[in-house]
Design a binder for this molecule. Structure first.
Ligand SMILES: Cc1cc2nc3c(=O)[nH]c(=O)nc-3n(C[C@H](O)[C@H](O)[C@H](O)COP(=O)(O)OP(=O)(O)OC[C@H]3O[C@@H](n4cnc5c(N)ncnc54)[C@H](O)[C@@H]3O)c2cc1C
Length: 457
């Protein structure tokens, strides 16, 4: 197999025989050497196809590696599996300013794509904490969301075309730049959010927007969840389409994010029940500021907001926003953590989160629960800080967090996917008929079950 792989991609693009141990399976576990038969780095779509044909004909299991930032164990491997890394397919192939699209290979890091579009005064609205490492193949495979979903949709809404290699090696190329295409099934959607179980994404074409020329941000302190919902509706209406982010932090999370250890000084006092980060993106510097300030003033007059800080410069906007973006650092103060990204209808969110936090903190092995999230999308993240990493305790925590999802038609994974970690709870989000159909698709496209096996189900 090694010889055959070297024949396809060249000696310098295969790590094996112990050399693969310099790699790892997650950016948070760089001290744990990769367990795998080897790592292959194709440089072209044709090479991906040939490598997959080899794996498929020899029934060799292979796990795809992008930027390794997923939060569900999606890139974990065992020592009898191969790794296919897309990191050497990292070219931006075209920016089409008239069609407002960017076409790139799967290994391009998201932040580089964002910067390349900004240089042409265009805008890719994807924005989340892992953008400096996540690669677009991984971002598409996890249908990543982030902080601007409310206005621009998930990754799914931004992908116009895809090139994918099926587990059998067939190349499906549809790098279209058009928004409208109803010529039969929209096949690209099959691969978006499929967590690499149905094919390897090799290239993608993204839809772009005009680069906003104004960006304003504020942090507001609030005392009731009902006021948070009212403020969301009010800002949405008053900002005439400019509202781009509306992110909520519970008091305990704000305190943790702005204490001495995090080196972030609190822009607002630490004793309000809720904190909302609001962002507006628009194209009229002066008028947008007035609109934003007016919206906040009106909210204060209605006593929805009890305190607010409005960033006055680009630096201040970034500083404010960093408190929200750096929430992953909060895990560092605990012995072990569990991360959740669940969805509930916004109307039941307050009660559900309060009950979950209460019940979890009653466990002697739970130190603290930190809730925050993309409230405008009904998506809450929970970091559960624990005193140990015992498996049986993790299970007890899962049971509490997931127990009411089915009842409220929520989701076990709003953004991060299922991977290996959440398989047991897929039934909370999908009916048995849906799961059966998903399995039929997997069997059809990957009859030998070689690609990202055991992920999702
Ligand atoms: C600090 C932090 C903040 C985050 N914030 C958010 C957030 O706000 N919203 C959100 O949605 N997510 C968030 N995430 C998770 C996010 O989903 C992932 O970071 C990202 O989308 C995955 O990209 P990646 O290149 O790292 O993929 P990887 O982690 O390498 O892979 C993810 C999955 O996709 C598969 N895969 C990778 N590349 C390909 C490919 N080319 N073709 C087919 N399958 C492939 C892998 O096998 C794996 O199953 C966050 C993660 C971190 C660490």
């Amino acid at each position: 197999m090694v010889e055959a792989l070297i024949n396809v991609v060249g000696l310098e693009n295969v790590l094996y025989g112990g050399a693969e141990k310099v790699r790892f399976s997650h950016i948070w576990a760089t001290d744990i050497p990769l367990a795998a038969k080897g790592v292959v780095f194709p440089q072209t779509t044709e090479q991906v196809s040939e490598v997959l044909q080899l794996f498929n004909s020899h029934r060799e299991e292979v796990v795809i590696h992008g930027g390794l930032t997923n939060l569900v164990g999606g890139t974990q491997t065992t020592s009898n599996q191969w790794v296919l890394s897309l990191e050497k397919m990292n070219a931006i192939e075209e920016i089409d300013e008239s069609a407002k699209t960017i076409t790139a290979q799967a290994g391009v890091v998201l932040e580089q794509l964002i910067e390349a579009t900004a240089q042409r005064n265009l805008f890719l609205p994807l924005n989340f904490g892992a953008k400096g490492s996540a690669q677009i193949g991984g971002v598409i495979s996890t249908n990543a969301g982030g902080m601007r979903v409310f206005r621009y949709g998930m990754t799914r809404a931004l992908v116009l075309g895809l090139e994918v290699v099926l587990p059998t090696g067939t190349i499906i190329s549809s790098l279209k730049k058009i928004i409208k295409d109803n010529s039969g099934y929209d096949l690209k959607q099959l691969f978006i959010g499929a967590e690499g179980t149905l094919g390897v994404i090799t290239k993608a074409c993204f839809r772009l927007y005009e680069q906003p020329t104004s960006r304003y941000a504020a942090l507001v302190g609030m005392q009731s969840f009902q006021d948070v919902i009212s403020l969301l509706r009010m800002m949405d209406k008053n900002l005439s389409g400019n509202l781009s982010s509306f992110e909520l932090m519970w008091n305990v999370t704000y305190r943790a994010a702005t204490n001495a250890d995090t080196a972030q000084s609190p822009p607002l006092p630490q004793d309000y029940r809720f904190y909302v980060f609001i962002e507006s993106l628009g194209n009229d510097l002066a008028a947008d500021y007035i609109l934003f300030e007016d919206g906040l003033t009106r909210a204060a007059e209605k006593e929805l907001i009890v305190d607010a800080v409005l960033a006055q410069s680009k630096r201040e906007v970034e500083k404010l926003w960093r408190i929200r973006e750096d929430t992953h650092r909060l895990r560092q103060s605990f012995v072990a953590t569990q991360h959740f990204d669940i969805s509930f209808p916004i109307g039941v969110m307050d009660n559900e989160v309060a009950t979950i936090v209460n019940d979890l903190e009653a466990f002697p092995f739970v130190e603290r629960v930190l809730p925050f999230g993309h409230i405008a999308d009904g998506n809450i993240h929970l970091i559960v800080g624990k005193k140990d990493s015992k498996q049986q305790n993790s299970k007890k925590i899962n049971e509490i967090v997931y127990r009411n999802l089915k009842k409220h038609l929520g989701s076990v994974s709003a953004e991060h996917g299922i991977g290996l970690d959440k398989k047991e709870y897929l039934y909370c989000s999908k009916t048995s008929q849906e799961i059966a159909l998903m399995k039929t698709l997997k069997r059809t496209l990957d009859p030998k079950n070689i690609l990202n096996p055991s992920r999702i189900f």
